[in-house]
Design a protein around this ligand. Structure first.
Ligand SMILES: [Zn+2]
Length: 475
């Protein structure tokens, strides 16, 4: 076996010089491990006071006091595994190098990896490489911004789990992922000269939530935004059924309600339509609890978001609650030309807000126009008048827009506006919900839909993180 003699101190110097230049990221793969299995072709293990020895094939290393047992000679902790080739640890393959960081009894397994290789790994885990390039680019910028914003685990930048950003090493790398990361190299979102605190999640259900509503933190660029186009994720709509006795026992176990529950009612919603508070009525009287705690008590995997209702009847006339379709699915795409639109005005509802939805369904307004109107209640009569004028002219939505499209949209979304606040009672309760995740930042399924409708990644990011700037950092 060839042996290369380099002192640990010299190696450390070499690596620290390289890391400053290449912006390496430290990813905590596993905390307090007792053992790990390493394999690869031509890798070196270095440890304090030991010569770097070249190895190939598989090696199982175990913590034994302050030493790593398993090799011919025990290594002291911390030890480092380097190679020109990817290294496999516990069945997953990583670029960069592996640090077995610890001093006694156990060690942390850490992947020290070039930031672009890290982002490629995150992107492969967080989005399908088959998604449109602009969605992948938006995700790449967010993954880079997230990890440069601050260290999340003590001295390590991030963990490899969903707690930070899901990362599985080289698995899933593809030309599409490489292109998204390489073409946005060095780009991050900044706010006030610093990397912005960005978030993303799977599916908004029609509208994102503000950081204020979810985390009680007022972040100017994390406000509620209605999705400009419909997303069609597998969790854009969902439902979950529980027996009332299961709800009672779950709430009791979580210390939220000690009696037997008779009924549940959304008592307060935020500006995105997400339930903030739920009123519980039962043998222990009436009590208002936080919807976020209610969700956790029943299981966040079952109650996938707090954008829900207990009745499938609310807003039926708009079609929002009648089919397993995303919020906007009942709205047709904007007409492609100025062809006359035939509208049956006898079906026009009475309330201004309802009329506007009806007009959008009947192609009198585009979805974009509708989104720009929602929440501006004082303007509704004006919009309705414009819609009636268009109907009278026999023309659809390709007429001059009601007003210029705002870049920022912070009003009440259709989703929240259409959800029912009616109570649930009886022996079982079905929760009808939309979206998946905490709701703050960029919804990945909507990013996909926006990319498909022609938005580039800059526009997607500007929409969900209005107020931040896209800047290049030294890469
Ligand atoms: Zn983490």
């Amino acid at each position: 076996m060839k042996r290369v003699f380099i002192t640990a101190a010299a190696l450390l110097l070499l690596f620290s010089a390289r890391s400053a230049e290449a912006r390496d990221i430290s990813v905590l793969i596993k905390q307090n491990a007792q053992q790990c299995t390493v394999s690869g072709t031509s890798y070196y293990i270095t440890a304090p006071g030991a010569a770097a020895s070249e190895r190939s094939g598989q090696l199982t290393l175990s913590a034994n006091g302050s030493m790593l047992a398993g090799a011919n000679t025990p290594y002291s902790l911390p030890a480092e595994i380097t190679s020109k080739n990817p290294i496999t640890v516990n069945g997953r393959t990583y670029r960069g190098r592996i640090l077995l960081d610890g001093s006694s009894g156990s060690f942390n397994i850490v992947n020290i990896v070039d930031i672009n290789d890290y982002i490629k790994g995150v992107l492969a885990d967080e989005m399908s490489p088959a998604w449109p390039a602009e969605a992948l680019k938006a995700q790449a910028v967010l993954a880079r911004t997230y990890v440069l914003e601050g260290k999340r685990h003590g001295k390590y930048d991030a963990c490899a789990a969903i707690h930070c950003q899901s990362y599985s090493g080289v698995k899933g790398e593809s030309p599409a992922v490489d292109a998204a990361v390489d073409s946005t190299a060095g780009e991050i979102l900044k706010y006030g000269g610093m990397p912005a605190r960005v978030h993303y999640f799977a599916d908004s259900g029609g509208c994102t939530a503000s950081a204020m509503s979810v985390w009680h933190k007022d972040v100017p660029y994390l406000r509620a935004k209605p999705d400009p186009v419909p997303a069609s994720g597998p969790r854009s709509r969902w439902q979950a059924t529980f027996t009332m006795s299961k709800i009672s026992s779950s709430l009791a176990a979580a210390g939220l309600y000690s009696g037997s529950v008779n009924s549940l009612r959304p008592a307060e919603r935020d500006e995105s339509g997400r339930v903030k508070k739920i009123e519980i009525t039962g043998s222990a009287g009436s009590r208002v609890i936080e919807a976020a705690k209610f969700r956790l008590a029943l299981g966040a995997d079952l109650v996938k978001s707090t954008l829900f209702e207990f009745s499938a009847t609310g807003g039926t006339s708009q079609g929002y609650n009648t089919a397993s379709q995303p919020v906007y699915s009942s709205l047709p795409p904007a007409p492609q030309n100025n062809r006359p639109v035939i509208v049956d005005v006898s079906t026009m509802p009475e309330k201004d807000e309802d009329i506007l939805y009806w007009m959008a369904q009947n192609k009198i307004f585009t979805l974009q126009e509708l989104v720009s109107m929602i929440g501006k209640n004082k303007e509704y009569p004006k919009y309705v008048a414009e819609g009636k004028r268009r109907i009278a002219a026999g023309k659809g939505a390709q007429q001059k827009p009601v007003q210029p499209q705002p870049a920022v949209q912070q009003n009440l979304p259709p989703a929240g506006a259409r959800l029912s606040d009616s109570a649930a009672s009886g022996s079982s309760v079905t929760i009808y919900g939309r979206g998946l995740g905490h709701g703050v930042g960029m919804p990945q399924w909507t990013a996909k839909a926006l990319a498909e409708s022609g938005w580039d990644y800059r526009r997607i990011l500007d929409y969900y993180f209005t107020g931040t700037t896209l800047e290049k950092v030294g890469s």
